[in-house]
Design a protein around this ligand. Structure first.
Ligand SMILES: Nc1ncnc2c1ncn2[C@@H]1O[C@H](COP(=O)(O)OP(=O)(O)OP(=O)(O)O)[C@@H](O)[C@H]1O
Length: 141
């Protein structure tokens, strides 16, 4: 672990498809080469309870049961990235939700062809990032 003081932070997940497809270093490398800090990182599985907490806003969505089954289907990599403006910057690097519509040059645009198995999650606001970091890395300084 490294620490980068009080810079803005975001929570990113390299989803189970990213681990299965051996894209962890590719995805992580993009964030590193961009110049973002890695403040915390772990390989772990999401269980149903954590999925329900992480995706609380999506519990009632028709796609949620499939999303939960996918997100709990294997290990994923959770990480906290830091840097000025990192929340918006990382969302831009990840690209549109549906890999079929994501622009080339983005992670999903380059590597995903699915609306569900889209490789990466990134918090969508500073407030969401704080909530998700507390969920995945309780006690992180
Ligand atoms: N219509 C759908 N069908 C299947 N899965 C979906 C659909 N919409 C969203 N998902 C899945 O649920 C996740 C959360 O949806 P959301 O709308 O928050 O997308 P996002 O903000 O681009 O993605 P994330 O929150 O994972 O960064 C998506 O990343 C995708 O895996």
């Amino acid at each position: 672990m490294t620490s980068s003081g009080s810079a803005e932070r975001t929570l990113v997940l390299i989803k189970p498809d990213g681990v299965r497809r051996r894209l962890v270093s590719e995805i992580l490398g993009r964030f590193e080469r961009k110049g973002l800090g890695i403040d915390a990182m772990v390989l772990r599985r999401m269980d149903d309870r954590l999925a329900d907490q992480h995706y609380a806003v999506h519990l009632a969505e028709p796609f949620y049961p499939g999303l939960r089954a996918f997100m709990t289907s294997g290990p994923l990599v959770a990480l906290v990235l830091s840097g000025d403006g990192v929340v918006e910057m990382v969302r831009g690097m990840v690209g549109a939700t549906d890999g079929r519509r994501a622009v080339p040059g983005t992670i999903r645009g380059d590597f995903a062809t699915s609306g569900r198995e889209n490789l990466v999650h990134a918090a969508d606001s500073a407030e969401t990032a704080r909530r998700e970091i507390a969920l995945w890395f309780p006690g992180l300084d």
